[in-house]
Write a protein that binds this ligand. Structure first.
Ligand code: HEC
Length: 111
């Protein structure tokens, strides 16, 4: 039986994450701004939408996160939201990187 093309490509996003994850997790080098930008769009975007309009996770455009302070967003990124799909990122991102991401989300600079 011929496999449909769709079957082959269905797991491609998962494969991409599994392939890239170790390289990212073990890199001791501080990430450049371009790397961070890519990371946020790809990894955060996989749940929150590539343009942060929401998906599995809620939308993250400036108007959507208006009630949250930069500090509150930092805490959510650092610790995740227990009991939900939002994972903690502190093992993967430094405090500086988390602060940078929070500011970008607040300002909409990554959109
Ligand atoms: C596996 C899916 C997933 C990934 C990946 C993910 N998130 Fe989330 N995120 C969620 C979910 C689900 C929630 C909602 C949690 C809740 O119910 O309070 C959330 C909530 C949030 C919130 C709070 C939004 C609000 O209005 O309360 C912020 C901020 C956030 N995520 C940022 C990020 C950032 C930044 C990244 C990347 C570093 C990221 N998320 C990656 C699933 C994800």
């Amino acid at each position: 039986m011929a496999r449909r093309v769709g079957d082959t490509f269905r797991y491609l996003p998962l494969l991409a994450v599994l392939t890239l994850w170790p390289a990212f997790a073990h890199s001791a080098e501080p990430k450049t701004e371009a790397e961070l930008r890519n990371f946020v769009v790809q990894d955060c975007g996989s749940c929150h939408g590539l343009t942060f309009k929401g998906g599995l996770g809620p939308p993250l455009r400036p108007a959507d996160i208006e009630p949250l302070s930069v500090e509150a967003i930092e805490a959510i990124i650092r610790e995740g939201v227990p009991g939900t799909a939002m994972p903690p990122w502190k093992a993967l991102l430094t405090d500086d990187e988390i602060a940078w991401i929070s500011k970008q989300l607040k300002s909409g600079a990554l959109l």
